[in-house]
Design a protein around this ligand. Structure first.
Ligand code: A3P
Ligand code: MG
Ligand code: MG
Length: 357
């Protein structure tokens, strides 16, 4: 029951993927409380000044960071959304989806053939005919998180500060860069897609939308045009551009493709956190300019192969067994069947037995 990764080719032709469809949304406030509304929705606001000079350190001491406890939320938000919004199909089947997860997990899988150094743990459980997937920290992730220096935290905050320079609460409104950056709040959308035979329902945090009018709930789901913001160090040497294509563009492509994003704005910063150039990238071009290093078709075919592998293995119910899939750095994907445990079970009782909660 091991999925071997020695073979790096998972298919040359792009597999069938339906256009990701937005089926809902929710907001997470600065206290990580969930709201079934668009209160955290942001509008993309392109830079107006020709001379860009964004200081990403501005106000860094007042930043509101995402609490460490957010890690324990697992996939609770998407479960809460499902519980609230999707009536069960029958007593034994709740959803038409084969898989439920978050977008970050799909990105992790898609990057796997190209990111040999990155280990991961993904647990899978079956409930009412659907497989739920959740990523768990590896020992290396735990070590990295508990040993973050002020410098690491600053680097992380720069990405959020950049977002603040380019989004606002209303179309045409100047971004307010004087207020503390709230790294804990999010606007998320729920998507549905089909990859070959796997119907997948997933949540994803969205940076902003491009829209000229102020939207109110309920949002016009079919019309939302999402936008992604990124930062990157200015490229000075050829090796830096190679690394950007190999790793960053792969991640950006995976994240964006999964939610139908067509454009990304990247702020290029120096080592002091000053952005003096913003460049727009078309997502479809990212794969083309990085074709020496990775293939979008291969990443998607691998994702399909992994999901098929999981669906063959995951047959017993969540209350009997948790299936743990682990990819150690440079290793294959090893599966272990575990009894339900506080460490790796992740479907809360309020989800599986709503009447008892
Ligand atoms: P950058 O991507 O510009 O570095 P996202 O682009 O996915 O919306 O994430 C917004 C910002 O959150 C990132 O900006 C980065 O600053 C921070 N961030 C996201 N994921 C991270 C991770 N795994 N480790 C560190 N920082 C992260
Ligand atoms: Mg984001
Ligand atoms: Mg972003």
């Amino acid at each position: 029951m091991t999925l071997y990764l020695k073979n790096k080719l998972w298919g040359k032709n792009f597999p069938y993927v339906s256009k990701p469809k937005v089926i809902g949304y929710y907001s997470v406030d600065s206290d990580r409380q969930l709201h079934f509304d668009s209160s955290q929705l942001k509008y993309y606001c392109p830079p107006t000044n020709d001379k860009i000079n964004f200081d990403l350190n501005d106000g860094i001491h007042t930043v509101h960071r995402k609490p460490a406890s957010a890690n324990d939320e697992k996939i609770d938000h998407i479960l809460q959304w499902i519980k609230q919004k999707i009536p069960p199909l029958s007593d034994n089947k709740w959803l038409s989806a084969d898989f439920v997860c978050l977008r970050g997990l799909l990105t992790k899988i898609m990057k796997t053939p190209y990111d040999e150094k990155e280990g991961w743990i993904i647990c899978a459980v079956k409930f009412k005919g659907t497989i739920y997937l959740c990523a768990f920290d590896t020992d290396a992730d735990k070590y990295e998180k508990s040993n973050r220096t002020m410098r690491d935290l600053t680097f992380m905050s720069w990405g959020f500060k950049f977002e603040q320079y380019l989004v606002s609460d209303a179309p045409g409104k100047e971004p307010n860069t004087n207020k503390p950056v709230d790294e804990a709040a999010e606007f998320c959308c729920v998507f549905e897609t089909r990859l070959v035979n796997s119907r997948i329902l997933y949540g994803a945090e969205m940076d902003g939308i491009k829209c000229d009018e102020l939207l109110d709930d309920p949002l016009p789901l079919k019309e939302l045009k999402f936008f992604e913001l990124k930062t990157s160090r200015i490229v000075e040497r050829p090796q830096q551009f190679i690394s950007m294509k190999r790793f960053k563009f792969l991640k950006w492509w995976c994240q964006s493709f999964l939610v139908g994003i067509e454009d990304i704005s990247c702020g290029f910063r120096n080592d002091k956190g000053i952005v003096c150039k913003v460049e727009n990238y078309q997502v479809q071009n990212l794969a083309r300019i990085s074709s020496e290093y990775w293939s979008a078709a291969n990443a998607m075919n691998f994702c399909d192969a992994f999901l098929q592998h999981v669906s063959k293995i995951v047959t017993r119910n969540y209350d009997e067994c948790v299936y743990k899939f682990e990819r150690k750095p440079f290793g294959d994907i090893i599966m272990t069947e575990l009894p339900p445990s506080p460490e790796y079970s992740f479907l809360p009782q309020w989800y599986t037995q709503p009447d008892k909660s």
